[in-house]
Design a protein around this ligand. Structure first.
Ligand code: ZN
Length: 61
């Protein structure tokens, strides 16, 4: 069985959307849904999503 994986835009981890949804680790931004590995990443993103879309940004832990 294969799962569609999504990357956490904050740390770059691969996240299973179904699991992230079950734990409510998602955020909507510009009409897209993003999935997170944990609450810390989600809150950082919700607080200020823009830096994660900057061209020079490299996701890291
Ligand atoms: Zn993360």
């Amino acid at each position: 069985m294969t799962h569609e994986m999504a990357s956490d835009p904050v740390c770059g981890m691969q996240v299973e959307p179904e699991q992230a949804k079950a734990k409510e680790l998602t955020a909507d931004h510009n009409g897209e849904t993003y999935y997170f590995c944990g609450k810390g990443c989600m809150l950082d993103f919700k607080d200020d999503p823009e830096p994660y879309f900057a061209p020079g940004y490299t996701p890291s832990m």
